[in-house]
Design a protein. Structure first.
Length: 208
């Protein structure tokens, strides 16, 4: 089964779908020299129906800056690409998942947290909207210390992977990602999230 990852950045979501059994192709408007799979540099919202028809399933992570608290506090404005992305995904008539941050205007969402997955050291709440029913693991309490910008994290700390965070090597382990730079890690979601959801996408495709 082939999955197209729209707004793929450096491929955190893509790697999870690969682990779930998909052949993955990524699309991003910016160059992604560290992306680990087949990559197409393009505006995701201008892809043709004929091109989209080659794929069995879709993931999209439109830019989140329009919805983050930090950008609002700075007075920055960014385009809201979620409505256009949602329309594109529905037009495919295939199973799809769209991801974004907690303050984003996604609909009928489920939320994933790193504490739901053994081995991760990030909380990193993210919302997921889909045209299939999604289930999520139980959400355990946040008991581990959360290390933000400042001194390097201590073993066992959960890491806040935003801004100029300390400890890139630790962040790679915390996120379950070993190929990204600091910039890529800031934008990524842990592959464990989309591996979990990707298995549900794969099961949905059995009935398409």
């Amino acid at each position: 089964m082939k999955l197209l990852d729209l707004f793929c950045c450096a491929g955190g979501a893509s790697e999870g779908y690969r682990r779930a059994g998909f052949e993955v192709v990524g699309v991003d408007i910016n160059p992604q020299p560290h992306y680990p799979f087949e990559f197409i540099q393009a505006d995701a919202l201008t892809l043709s129906p004929a091109f989209l028809a080659q794929f069995d399933a879709f993931h999209a992570s439109p830019p989140c800056q329009a919805y983050t608290l930090a950008q609002r506090l700075r007075g920055n404005s960014h385009p809201d690409l979620i409505p256009a992305t949602r329309a594109l995904l529905w037009s495919t008539k295939r199973p799809w998942i769209m991801e974004n941050v907690e303050r984003s205007p996604l609909r009928n969402t489920v939320m994933l947290c790193g504490a739901m997955f053994g081995g991760l050291k990030v909380y990193r709440h993210r919302l997921f909207e889909s045209n299939i029913a999604l289930t999520v693991p139980a959400h355990p309490p946040h008991t581990a210390p959360l290390r933000k910008m400042g001194r390097p994290p201590l073993e066992g700390d959960f890491l806040h992977v935003v801004g100029n965070f300390s400890g890139v090597a630790y962040a790679k382990k915390a996120m379950g990602i070993d190929w990204m730079t600091r910039d890529g890690l800031r934008e990524a979601i842990p592959p464990a999230y989309t591996e979990y959801l990707g298995r549900q996408l794969m099961r949905a495709l059995e009935f398409v």
